[in-house]
Write a protein that binds this ligand. Structure first.
Ligand SMILES: C[S@@+](CC[C@H](N)C(=O)[O-])C[C@H]1O[C@@H](n2cnc3c(N)ncnc32)[C@H](O)[C@@H]1O
Length: 211
């Protein structure tokens, strides 16, 4: 069923107020999460010594912006929660864009990579193709998009947060329709049986420039 503008606005407003209201608890609950596997998968396609322009899409309080900065990259965060934006700015000193996923205003061909850790699933299915097109346009040719999302089927409210859940095959359809090439995927946490791995991480590439 088609979602109207009012409903999409409500999805963003309610989800973002949840994050705003629970920002400190979120920080304490996630600042020590071990996402090294995701960092490595995201950075693997790049030459080891290349310093990268990275957009952390849905950066939250800035844990991953700080990590990419510590490696000498040039990360820029983006989040729709003004509380998280302020936390990420003071934690990292980096540029943090206060933008909502459904009304992005990104520069074109500006980033080598986009790291979307636990964020893209907040985009309703109806809007996902448009948002993926905008992310693709923000990447340089050959640029990398990393996404990690809770997997499942369908979409709707989980408490005050709206989520859209995909499995590998349905994720691939969205990615390939947007013109990305799927390079890698894995389930998390690593080393568990599949039914105990609620997270699906995928690495995709924007086509390189024609020679
Ligand atoms: C589960 S948190 C993940 C945060 C961070 N990437 C991490 O791994 O800890 C989802 C993030 O997406 C942001 N977010 C959710 N919906 C959004 C929207 N419509 N526009 C912009 N940001 C949004 C939230 O504010 C939050 O920071």
């Amino acid at each position: 069923m088609e979602q109207k503008t009012d409903e999409l606005t409500q999805i963003e407003t309610v989800t973002l107020s949840h994050y705003n209201q629970n920002a400190e608890a979120f920080w304490h609950g996630t600042k020590d999460h071990d996402v090294v596997q995701n960092y490595e998968a995201f950075l693997a396609p790049f030459p080891k010594d290349q310093k990268l322009d990275i957009l952390d899409f849905g950066c939250g309080p800035g844990r991953d912006v700080k990590y990419f900065q510590s490696l000498g990259h040039r990360p820029v965060g983006l989040d729709g929660s003004d509380v998280f934006c302020n936390m990420a700015r003071s934690y990292t000193g980096c540029e943090i864009l206060h933008q909502k996923f459904l009304s992005l205003a990104l520069p074109q061909h500006a980033y080598d990579g986009i790291f979307a850790n636990a964020s893209l699933f907040h985009v309703p299915s109806q809007e996902l193709p448009r948002v993926l097109d905008e992310l693709q346009a923000a990447l340089r040719p050959g640029g990398i998009l990393f996404l990690s999302n809770p997997r499942g089927e369908g979409e709707g409210w989980s408490g005050q947060r709206y989520g859209h859940y995909l499995q590998l095959d349905s994720s691939k359809v969205f990615m390939e329709n947007a013109g990305f090439k799927v390079l890698d995927h894995y389930y998390r946490p690593t080393g568990k049986p599949i039914h105990e791995q609620p997270w699906l991480a995928i690495v995709v590439m924007k086509p390189p420039a024609r020679q």
